[in-house]
Design a protein around this ligand. Structure first.
Ligand code: ZN
Length: 345
């Protein structure tokens, strides 16, 4: 499929079928963040609504329809996301039933420009309970011109009655070589380094290779980790409180937690394999810190920590953990290495 990195086996048939209009009425696109779900949803919409002949999987990318879809202005493609307005009360934490009703009214009408109306719900796990039940009605009797795509990293949070009506499209981590080749093809710098750093998620590789802000954010998280490793409990608890209070919105707070757990489990993993004498770092630029951490903490403990952090990450993604409590536990569980005290990493 045009300009999609990875998922070849999954998408080859899907793309060919979509070109001839042979699509399911509803799909479940699942897989970790930054793996390409939104890109594939966009490409599938473009495949269906592209006006160039002959049709190609992913669309041509150049015709007016393809460009409108890319820019989010095509009248037959609707993206339903959680509204970010905090002041309107608690139900803005979810995709509301009103949003689903509005989508349904639209979906019932004939398409305006193409042969299809496409609805992308991202993230489907954000649907409120009522919204989910309302959506089920559409999935039970979809209009003939409707194609719905439900995107989520956590399909287990959807109602089973919903899932049973979706054709599953499970996304897998992408091999580093494939990501590196794709970055090089787009003339992005340091393809190999960023491909390795992304640990299978093309979106992260692209962000790191093309966006200084993404690189700075990553460096900031690394520094935060090493600073905490060199800090005592008083500083750590102050950190936990500050981070917990820095974001009121629980979902955004979970993203703050998740990004740290992803990042730090990789740093721990690097130190762990280093402690075992293996040289295959995800972050070669942090080789000296990994070596110092490996010297200070035993290899076994580092493996346990990396596993624990990854498990916590899953807990954060899959459920609404108590952020404050998790941060305090994290403060207690982080390894302590005086070698990092007072040093700017
Ligand atoms: Zn096109």
């Amino acid at each position: 499929m045009r300009e999609v990195i990875g998922q070849r086996r999954l998408l080859a048939r899907l793309g060919e079928q979509a070109v001839s209009g042979d699509v399911a009425q509803a799909y479940e696109l699942s897989g970790p963040r930054s793996i390409g779900k939104r890109t594939v949803a966009t490409r599938l919409a473009q495949t269906l609504l592209c006006t160039s002949e002959p049709r190609a999987p992913g669309g041509c990318g150049r015709c007016l329809a393809c460009r409108k879809i890319e820019n989010g202005t095509h009248p037959d493609v609707r993206v339903v996301v959680r509204l970010m307005d905090q002041d309107r009360g608690d139900d803005r934490k979810f995709i509301s039933i009103e949003q689903i009703r509005e989508m349904q009214q639209d979906l019932a009408l004939r398409p305006l420009e193409g042969a299809w109306r496409v609805v992308i719900v991202d993230d489907a796990a954000d649907l409120s309970e009522h919204a989910e039940v309302a959506l089920l009605k559409t999935l039970e009797e979809p209009p003939v011109h409707a194609v719905l795509m439900l995107l989520t990293p956590t399909p287990s949070r959807l109602l089973e009655t919903i899932r049973s009506r979706l054709q599953p499209l499970p996304f897998r981590l992408v091999p580093a070589q494939e990501i590196a080749d794709a970055l090089a093809a787009r003339s992005l710098p340091d393809a190999r380094t960023y491909a390795a750093a992304a640990a299978g998620r093309p979106g992260i590789a692209i962000a790191l290779a093309s966006d200084e802000a993404a690189r700075a954010a990553r460096r900031a998280l690394e520094k935060e980790f090493y600073r905490l490793v060199g800090s005592g409990l008083t500083d750590r608890f102050a950190w936990a409180v500050e981070l917990a209070d820095s974001e009121r919105d629980p979902q955004k707070r979970n993203v703050l937690l998740e990004s740290r757990l992803v990042d730090w489990s990789e740093l721990l993993r690097d130190a762990a394999i280093r402690a075992h004498g293996v040289e295959r770092p995800l972050r070669p630029e942090r080789a000296s810190e990994s070596a110092r951490l490996a010297d200070a903490i035993g290899p076994r403990e580092l493996v346990d920590l990396a596993i624990a952090f990854d498990r916590w990450r899953r807990d954060v993604v899959e459920s609404n953990v108590n952020a404050r409590m998790l941060l305090e536990l994290l403060a207690l569980r982080l390894p302590y290495a005086p070698a990092f005290a007072g040093k700017a990493a």
